[in-house]
Design a protein around this ligand. Structure first.
Ligand code: NAG
Ligand code: NAG
Ligand code: NAG
Ligand code: NAG
Ligand code: NAG
Ligand code: NAG
Ligand code: NAG
Ligand code: NAG
Ligand code: NAG
Ligand code: NAG
Length: 574
């Protein structure tokens, strides 16, 4: 299923770019091998869950026309039955099924979609009485191949709902097959996350303990201590850290990864034209380096007109081109080689300050320049709402991947190490974890690293609980390679997600973060090998100190070892 979905995404890129060749240059992974068009859809996931007649084996039973159009059964040459919504005049004219949603349950949706010509976005829509319609997910459907539409919804109260499909090109027929809606309690979802964490973030390692001559050590006692976590789970920081030893100690004892919330932005570094000032950023870089903390560079430019330095807002195009070129060169060359990432053109799916003034490929040009100056650092797009809010079409995975492919296929950009930054600023209410997971699944098909870059949750009664759910969802997903929260101490002004109060005592959200840091590490353990010198353990990925006592000489030896995804076996010599 997954491989096929990836193949379809590739096809998707070809539609945008008109040529597979360019895609394969843009994405270094082994995309080419996966090119495949699905002539027949897969069967419905998990038998369709609560959907009646999910594969249309019983004709149109259980399904109805929604809106003005008509529906009919159709059969492929191979005899597969599916349903066609046609004669449409409104975006929402399609087919529908009424389902009962249980309050407090998570619903994971999937369906296979095709259209009768060209390519076009098709969305699944949940219409729930007395609420705004909820988009459950979208797919770029195309003619000739079936595409997987994935998504989901959280039912915050018990109600019936109509599931229907939306496409703004009313001249197309929407073909649907293999529809699935699976329901989960929050506990079931959590159990699934735990299982994924076991699979993605830990390895079952078989140890063998021998003497130098190769003879097994009988019943050796071995202590295992994790000294570093492989997974980057970090936290934003701001200038308050410079003068607060409490903040410094709090930070350095927890986190090895950071992003400066504002101190590397243009408005901070060049508040008046021509007067660059990196004092604060430099001091923070120094603090981070002294404490072994890796830094994501945030950001080179920001496409939101509101957040330009005041003096930039009124420049002519020519002046802006010069000023922006100088800015990019200045900040990137200053920190080149010292950072693990750059957010190159922040929020350029929502905004277009530079494109409006300097032309359509402004973002692409700045990616190119940043890459020239700092070729080994990963260059990220960075956006909000992609995982947080399903109704924001501007930043859905289709829009995101389109922007990415445009930037990476621009002349000169082929070798860029690119990354997908998802901010993760969550609002009130239960996060839609099924939708979040579907977005990560879709974006993972690019093969590029995905980071959650600015995770926070607005103040609300269940803030800590929601923060925990979001962090677990990110951590359990195989394609997520790092998480940074935009959170911190009250005294530093982190008033959305405050982790410690003015006395540096944990808030409930702070407790969640400390609990997860602790949970996502292997506890120090002592264990005994069997008579043949073997033992087996499931270990979180990271670095370990393994100490073994030689039972003959009583000498202890410590060796350092790394456990990664591929580690299956470690040989210890006493
Ligand atoms: C298609 O739409 C037209 C115009 O609304 C309508 O007259 C016609 O009956 C429809 N055909 C079917 C099969 O529903
Ligand atoms: C339920 O969710 C919908 C859609 O996300 C939202 O508009 C509505 O305000 C929520 N209602 C409650 C009671 O939380
Ligand atoms: C249809 O257009 C509306 C308005 O532009 C947009 O909000 C909606 O997301 C579009 N639907 C799809 C499926 O593209
Ligand atoms: C290997 O070394 C151990 C410990 O020094 C010793 O007990 C054992 O007899 C040796 N085995 C062989 C085959 O030499
Ligand atoms: C791990 O072992 C190395 C080398 O023996 C040692 O220098 C280091 O302090 C140990 N680290 C921890 C956290 O125990
Ligand atoms: C640069 O910024 C620092 C910190 O805000 C400030 O103390 C210093 O005066 C500034 N330097 C100049 C030349 O403005
Ligand atoms: C920018 O232009 C606007 C209107 O043209 C003016 O009100 C404003 O003062 C100008 N800002 C600066 C910083 O020059
Ligand atoms: C801008 O885009 C056009 C069209 O894709 C391309 O020909 C041109 O080389 C690009 N300019 C730069 C500087 O990348
Ligand atoms: C803290 O909250 C206040 C009021 O909501 C807001 O005006 C202020 O900007 C916030 N401070 C920070 C640093 O986010
Ligand atoms: C090693 O320790 C054991 C028990 O602690 C003791 O019986 C034994 O004599 C010691 N062997 C050596 C070589 O010191």
């Amino acid at each position: 299923m997954k491989i096929l979905a990836e193949a379809l995404i590739l096809v998707f890129f070809s539609i945008f770019l008109g040529s597979e060749h360019r895609i394969c240059q843009a994405f270094s992974s082994n995309y080419n091998a996966r090119t495949k068009c699905l002539i027949e859809p897969k069967t419905a996931q998990d038998g369709g869950g609560i959907i009646a007649n999910p594969d249309f084996t019983h004709g149109m039973e259980g399904w109805a026309v929604y809106g003005q159009g008509a529906m009919k059964e159709q059969m492929s040459r191979n005899g597969n039955r599916f349903i066609v919504a046609y004669n449409r005049t409104q975006s929402l004219d399609s087919i529908s099924q009424k389902v009962q949603l249980g309050g407090g349950l998570i619903y994971s949706f999937s369906a296979w979609i095709q259209i009768n010509k060209g390519s076009e976005r098709v969305a699944v829509v949940f219409k729930i009485p007395h609420t705004e319609r909820v988009i459950g997910g979208r797919v770029l459907a195309r003619n000739g191949c079936w595409s997987l539409l994935k998504g989901g919804i959280f039912a915050n109260f018990t109600s019936h709902a109509d599931i229907l499909f939306e496409s703004n090109d009313t001249s197309t027929e929407i073909w649907v097959d293999s529809v699935s809606l699976q329901q989960f309690t929050l506990e079931q979802w959590r159990a699934q996350q735990d299982k994924k964490i076991d699979k993605e973030r830990k390895s079952k390692v078989r140890f063998k303990v021998t003497y130098g001559n190769g003879t097994a050590v009988d019943s050796a006692t071995v202590s295992i201590k994790q000294t570093r976590s492989e997974f980057p789970f970090g936290c934003g920081m701001n200038f308050h850290i410079i003068d607060s030893t409490d903040y410094q100690n709090w930070f350095a004892s927890r986190f090895k990864y950071t992003t400066f919330t504002n101190q590397m932005k243009w408005y901070s570094n060049e508040p008046k034209q021509g007067q660059e000032n990196y004092t604060v950023a430099d001091t923070m870089v120094k603090f981070a380096q002294q404490n072994g903390i890796s830094i994501r560079g945030h950001n080179i430019l920001w496409d939101d007109p509101k957040y330009q330095p005041e003096w930039v807002k009124n420049l002519t195009s020519d002046e802006l081109r010069k000023a922006a070129a100088k800015r990019v060169d200045s900040v990137v060359s200053r920190y080149a080689g010292q950072l693990i990432a750059w957010d190159v053109m922040n929020e350029n799916l929502h905004f277009s300050f530079f494109e409006d003034k300097l032309g359509k490929n402004a973002s692409s040009r700045y990616f190119k320049r940043a890459y020239e100056l700092d070729p080994k650092t990963t260059m990220f797009l960075n956006e909000f709402n992609t995982i947080e809010y399903s109704n924001d079409e501007d930043v859905d995975p289709i829009s995101y991947m389109k922007k990415l492919s445009v930037i990476l296929s621009n002349p000169g950009n082929q070798g860029i190490l690119a990354g997908i930054g998802l901010e993760g600023h969550f609002g009130v209410g239960q996060p839609n974890l099924a939708y979040m997971r579907s977005v990560l699944d879709i974006l993972s098909s690019t093969g590029l690293p995905i980071w959650l870059t600015e995770v926070d949750v607005v103040k609300e009664p269940n803030q800590a609980e929601y923060l925990e759910q979001i962090l677990r969802e990110g951590y359990c997903h195989h394609a997520v390679e790092g998480i940074i929260m935009f959170a911190g101490p009250a005294t530093a002004g982190f008033n959305a997600t405050t982790l410690v109060d003015k006395d540096f005592k944990n808030t409930p959200s702070g407790d969640v973060v400390d609990k997860l840091i602790d949970e996502w590490r292997t506890k120090p353990t002592e264990t005994k090998a069997d008579g043949e010198g073997y033992f087996e353990m499931s270990l979180f990925h990271g670095d370990y100190n393994i100490t073994i006592k030689n039972p003959v000489t009583n000498c202890s030896t410590t060796l350092s070892s790394r456990v990664t995804k591929g580690t299956t076996c470690i040989h210890i010599i006493a």
